[in-house]
Structure formats: structure tokens, C-alpha cells
Design a protein around this ligand. Structure first.
Ligand code: HAM
Length: 427
């Protein structure tokens, strides 16, 4: 029978990568916490309608990338492709709405998109993100960017650039759409098929095009900033002023439109020089002031970002390696099995990471295993040790050996560990 392998576009987070992802995610949660953002989580699946209405039925995410299924009672459910619509739903449905705004929330967890798998692109991936809900102040836009920026700085991630734009609002965007339509309709024949379709469904998405035929036409296309209404213009100025106050460098990129429909005014992405093409964004976000109404809730303006953890982990300098066990407790003879288990439990209570080896292997085999485990020391328990209520403790790097009472072991292992940390070991 053929072996069953993991689904395409998914990855097993083996211990080393799991630890790296966890470290990066925990640091994000911690940096966000320092700005007053509190962590929450929402279900992995939601009513499909949440994304169809929230993310928008003309977007690639909804049209091509959702994992949608019917449950046993025939409801259409979707594995969440993103968390902004779910977080806003959770906010709107709960007592969080009664708290004084803005509400600052953070999250970290798996998302699902039937995307074409590639470098930094998965079908199950992980996002860390924050949302500030309930106020429309442009300074909040800069604040969420500052959370993301602070996090990347603490990770020591260089080579990044922040791209920002304003795509206007319900007042000024229609005129911009018209201008885009007019510009590109005049050159329809020169547009690749995909962009002709974009133009029909959502003209703004054409700005994001990486198609060859379109690139040339984009240079002369109308620019968002020339169409912003006075309130949008003022908001965008305030975002930029606040970013300067945070001392965060940025580039205004009038082609930055983003792939989700709920954005108004500010949109932004952070790019990394090593990420190319369609997946060059480490994270993206923006303001979504009309989204709550689209979902059928009272108005609740908001702004946030989400970062792909796989991409951040791939580019960030590596963190510390896996934790190694401190001690391997070995029974040397069958009579010592119970004593070895008991000693291991005692030493774990003393704070050591203890592997208990009471298997049937030879002592030589057990010693070889302990050496490969990276442990600092081995505690041997045989008949003599059981009778004398002592253990033989051996430091693996030097062969040094001591007979100790059990209550002396943890301290001795720590002394050796400290010495090893300072590079004192075998000559
Ligand atoms: P997004 O741009 O669709 O925005 O995704 C954010 C980030 O998730 C991307 O920049 C990328 O790093 C990562 N990502 C997306 N798709 C994949 C994939 N297939 N494989 C690996 N990583 C991926 C959002 O999701 C919005 N909810 C962000 C937001 C929050 N806007 C406001 N608040």
C-alpha cells in the first residue's frame, strides 16, 4: 500500500521549526502587549458568508482560494483564510463592544488558502496580527505599523521596507475607479486576459498587476493621491506624521492596493529584499472602516495588520537551538527500575529536564544514547546505589564521576552546566 503523505502546501512543524515559529510568534504577542494589545483567538472555521461578504467576492482569496465545505447539517463553512473578519465578528458579537474604544487585540494561528504552493507560500500557514477596533484616528494606523516594526526590529530582521498608500474611501474612490477604467479601456487590447478580467471585476486590482503587458501602461495610469478627497488626504498626512514621530522610514507607493476588498484609506505592506514577486510581503494591513456594516453589525472602524510567520521565520536570524535534556537517569540493573523512575520524578521537581532510561538495553548502549542526546550528565542507578540511596553522577564531556545523595544532584548538574556555558569542558 502506498504510504500516506501530508497534503500539498502544508508543512509539519518539526521540533526545531516549531520552536522557531513559537519564539517569533511569542515575541510578536509580547511586543503587541507592550502597546496594550491583548491576545484572543477565534474558531478555525466560520460561516462562509463571513468571508464572501467581508473579504469580498471579487477577490482571489474568495473566488479561488477558500477551503469551503458543508457540514452534516448542510451549513456552508470555510477554514479561515484570514482573521480580520473573524476578529471583527467576535468583537461585534461580544461584550468587547461595550468597552471604551479603541480595543486593541492580537492573534496568532493557522490560516488556510488554496494558493499555489511555493517558497514562502503554503495552503496552511500561520499569521500573527493585531487589530485596533472602534476608532478612526489615523494615528492608530501608525501605531499598528509601529507594533509590527518594533517586532521585526527585536527579531533583528534587516532588509525590510515599509510601503504605504491611501486608496481613498466611498467618497473619492468611485472617481478614481472611473479614471482607471477610462485609462485602461483605451488600451484594452494590449492588456493580458487576466488583467482584462480584473478591470471588469475590480479595476483597482490592476495596480497590483505583475503581468508584462500591463506594466508599461501602469506608468502613465492615474495615481491614487491625485484623487483623494480632503478628509482622506488629511488622514493620510496624519498617518505619515505619526510614522515620522515613531521614526519609522516609509515609502509612499501609489500602486499598493492589497488583495482584500475591505480596505479604505490607509493600506501598507512590509517587503523584504529577498522575497520576490507575488509573495514579497512579510506582512500587510490597512484600515477597514466599513467592514462591520458589511457583516451586518453596527459601525466599528478598525485598522490592523497580519504577518506570515513562515516568511518571518525564514528571514529572521535564527534563535537559540532546541533545549537539551540536562540529565539522563539510567537504571543499570532491573532491580533499579523503580528507583530510577522515582529519582527522575524527584529531579524534575528540582527543576531539571530529565530523560528516564529504564529500558532493557545494555549499559553501553544507554551511555551511547546519553552522549548523543547532548545531556550534561548521566545518573546511574544499580543495586549498590539503590541500597546506599545514592547515585553515581557522571559528567559526559569529561568523564568526571561522583557518588552523590539524590538531593545533591540538581545543584551539581547546574554547576557543570554553568561551566559548560562558559566553555569549560574537556581540553
Ligand atoms: P494578507 O496580505 O492577505 O492580509 O496576508 C498577510 C500576510 O500573510 C502576507 O503578507 C503573507 O506574509 C502571509 N500570507 C498570506 N498568504 C500566505 C500563504 N499562502 N502562505 C504563507 N504566507 C501567507 C490579511 O490577511 C489581512 N487580514 C491583514 C490585515 C489585518 N488587514 C487588516 N488587519
Amino acid at each position: 500500500m502506498p504510504a500516506i503523505s501530508r497534503p500539498r502546501g502544508t508543512d509539519d512543524l518539526l521540533p526545531e521549526r516549531f520552536r522557531a515559529m513559537r519564539r517569533v510568534s511569542d515575541l510578536g504577542i509580547e511586543v503587541a502587549q507592550r502597546f496594550g494589545y491583548r491576545q484572543l483567538d477565534t474558531p478555525i472555521f466560520e460561516a462562509s458568508e463571513l468571508f464572501v461578504r467581508g473579504v469580498g467576492d471579487t477577490t482571489d482569496v474568495v473566488r479561488r482560494e477558500m477551503y469551503t465545505f458543508s457540514d452534516r447539517s448542510g451549513r456552508s463553512l470555510t477554514l479561515r483564510p484570514e482573521a480580520t473578519a473573524p476578529v471583527l465578528r467576535a468583537f461585534s458579537e461580544s461584550q468587547l463592544r461595550q468597552l471604551p474604544p479603541p480595543l486593541r487585540l492580537s492573534y496568532s494561528g493557522p490560516m488556510f488558502r488554496y494558493d499555489r504552493p511555493g517558497k514562502g507560500r503554503y495552503r496552511q500557514f500561520h499569521q500573527f496580527g493585531v487589530e485596533a477596533i472602534g476608532e478612526a484616528d489615523p494615528e492608530l494606523d501608525a501605531e499598528v505599523i509601529a507594533v509590527a516594526w518594533g517586532w521585526l526590529q527585536e527579531l533583528g530582521l534587516g532588509g525590510i521596507s515599509l510601503q504605504i498608500n491611501s486608496i481613498g474611501d466611498g467618497e473619492c474612490r468611485p472617481a478614481y475607479r472611473e479614471a482607471l477604467l477610462e485609462h485602461f479601456s483605451a488600451h484594452l487590447a494590449a492588456l493580458p486576459e487576466l488583467d482584462q478580467e480584473r478591470l471588469r471585476r475590480n479595476p483597482l486590482r490592476i495596480l497590483d498587476s505583475k503581468e508584462e503587458g500591463t506594466e508599461a501602461l501602469l506608468a502613465s495610469a492615474p495615481r491614487t493621491e491625485d484623487f483623494l478627497c480632503p478628509p482622506c488626504r488629511e488622514a493620510f498626512q496624519r498617518v505619515q506624521a505619526a510614522l515620522r514621530a515613531y521614526a519609522i522610514p516609509f515609502e509612499v507607493n501609489s500602486r499598493l492596493v492589497r488583495g482584500l476588498d475591505y480596505y479604505v484609506r490607509t493600506t501598507f505592506e512590509v517587503w523584504h529584499e529577498d522575497l520576490k514577486g507575488a509573495q514579497n510581503a512579510l506582512f500587510g494591513g490597512g484600515r477597514y472602516d466599513g467592514l462591520a456594516e458589511l457583516l451586518g453589525y453596527p459601525p466599528a472602524p478598525g485598522v490592523g495588520f497580519a504577518a506570515g510567520l513562515e516568511r518571518v521565520v525564514m528571514l529572521a536570524p535564527p534563535g537559540p537551538g532546541l533545549e537539551l535534556p540536562c540529565l539522563v537517569v539510567c537504571s543499570v540493573q532491573p532491580v533499579a527500575v523503580a528507583a530510577a523512575i522515582d529519582a527522575s520524578q524527584r529531579l524534575r521537581r528540582d527543576g531539571l529536564t530529565v530523560i528516564c532510561d529504564v529500558g532493557q538495553r545494555s549499559l553501553k548502549g544507554k551511555m551511547r544514547w546519553a552522549e548523543r542526546s547532548g545531556a550534561e550528565a548521566v545518573a546511574l542507578l544499580g543495586e549498590e546505589e539503590v541500597l546506599g540511596r545514592r547515585v553515581t553522577l557522571r559528567r559526559l564531556s569529561t568523564g568526571e564521576q561522583l557518588g552523590l545523595r539524590l538531593d545533591q544532584v540538581a545543584d551539581q548538574v547546574r554547576v557543570w552546566q554553568r561551566a559548560s556555558d562558559f566553555g569549560e569542558g574537556p581540553d
